[in-house]
Design a protein around this ligand. Sequence first.
Ligand SMILES: [Zn+2]
Length: 240
Amino acid sequence: MTRLDGVLALGARYDLPVLAIADLVAWRQRHDRVVRVADTVVPTPHGRFRALAYRDDITEEEHLALVSPLGLGTGPVLTRVHSECLTGDVLGSQRCDCGPQLDRALERVGAEGGLVVYLRGHEGRGVGLAAKLRAYELQDRGLDTVDAQLELGLPVDARDYTVAAGVLTDLGVDAVRLLTNNPAKVEGLRAHGIEVPAVERLRTTPLPTNSEYLRTKRDRMGHDLVVDAHDPRENPRSTA
Ligand SMILES: [Zn+2]
């Protein structure tokens, strides 16, 4: 057993790097956690995307990366890190704005180059499909999306972006122009060593069925959204 002073002296004496266990854990989370298991092509209305499947070695969750037909481009890569939402993405639910955000992201990435990382296990901000629908029940009775999850004893946002950083690293991407309205996503990637020099807002059209939800995301979770252009509280900010 050697204390820090001794380790540093030893490192200096033999010209060895010294690192903490936490550094090793962070490195392995980013470089060793996801395993690429498939690399194929999926034709979509927005072009033929290269589709890579990944397995998370810790949760065994499976994730997807969709690379633009134009490739990744040069410089910070136009990137959407999309959280799975079965109701929004697949069914076109109008209780949230996930479906239009995914569609806009694929459209832009398809036309400009870049990629979409699709994260499974992020349903309901990480609480799961059934819990999300239970929270909808409470929202039907007047609670907002934040209070509904708290009422159920659930975290408001349990999403983790370690896997997204791992997928980006596997694809050689270390800096992104992120398509998001959510500052937590920006911080989540930065915490795992991905540079985010620019953030681009994903505009969708608010609907009567989701405007209260969007307002809650803006006012209680800090999302950069314009829900009602006529509302004087809403002052579009620069997102660069
Ligand atoms: Zn959704």
